[in-house]
Design a protein around this ligand. Structure first.
Ligand code: C5P
Length: 255
């Protein structure tokens, strides 16, 4: 029998768990990709590249073509400013967006509180609130230069716990960080993972990668895939193959 938890948050299909990074220069390129992929994938990730060029029109375009949006702008500022940006993102109707966990407990708490308030008052859909822990471009030496000693993994877990304490819904994490975050923060805490490469495809500039099947077996909730789909000869087919790989991973996702 289904538990109450499952009734509240029904399990997502593997298609819904696939987020495509729409790392393109302009709306025309975005439109071409969305037309090929809307309905075939779970979400489109709009990052700083497209948003700086096209602004909220990028979000509207995806919505108009029937897609959902992960707004990947990684807000990091004083608490009031981030909370106000978060309200603006919520009013755009995005499905998820993110902030930097290193912005502080207070910054994340205020963001959660303000997003909840505005959703209640304006009857808006509550977006999923994610925190970025440590960028995967940073290594132990970089952290040391910032005055943070110790291993990168420890800092990742520390910030994941802080995000959870602040009421955030989950984190964006590199594939090799998933197991420890899952062990520390539990099953209900969401993990979104880039750095995914299907078997036999180029790693591009991603160093520590996992295949889609390995990622779902490791317990991620969503995977972010860019170039293996966007640069494929047939993007919809590449997406379908990734979903197939996730479906045949043998992973049993409970929530
Ligand atoms: O093309 P590729 O699959 O590598 O794209 C991954 C996407 O995820 C890009 O938009 C990239 O900026 C983003 N990302 C990442 N690693 C992180 C955080 C975000 O690759 N740690």
């Amino acid at each position: 029998m289904a538990s109450n938890l499952q009734l509240v948050r029904p399990p997502l299909s593997m298609r819904e768990r696939l987020i495509v990074a729409l790392d393109v220069d302009d709306l025309a390129a975005a439109k071409a990709a969305i037309k090929l992929l809307a309905g075939q994938v779970g979400m489109f990730k709009v990052g700083k590249q497209l948003f700086t060029h096209a602004g909220p029109q990028a979000v509207t375009l995806i919505h108009d073509l029937g897609g959902e949006v992960f707004l990947d702008l990684k807000f990091h500022d004083i608490p009031t400013t981030v909370a106000k940006a978060a309200i603006a993102a919520t009013r755009l109707g995005v499905k998820m967006f993110n902030v930097h966990a290193s912005g502080s407990l207070e910054m994340m708490r205020l963001t959660v509180r303000e997003v909840n308030r505005v959703c209640r008052q304006e009857s808006l859909r509550r977006p999923i609130l994610l925190a970025v822990t440590v960028l995967t471009s940073l290594n132990e030496t970089d952290l040391k230069h910032l005055g943070i000693t110790g291993e990168v993994g420890d800092q990742v877990v520390r910030l994941a716990r802080l995000s959870q304490d602040a009421g955030m819904d989950g984190v964006v994490a590199a594939p090799h960080e998933v197991a420890e975050i899952r062990a520390t923060c539990g099953r209900g805490f969401m993990i979104v993972t880039p750095g995914i490469r299907p078997e036999k495809t180029s790693h591009d500039d991603q160093k520590r990668v996992m295949t889609p099947a390995e990622a779902v077996r490791a317990g991620v909730d969503y995977i972010v895939v860019g170039r293996p789909i966007m640069e494929a000869k047939e993007p919809a087919r590449a997406a379908r193959e990734i979903i197939d790989e996730m479906e045949h991973s043998g992973a049993k996702i409970i929530v």
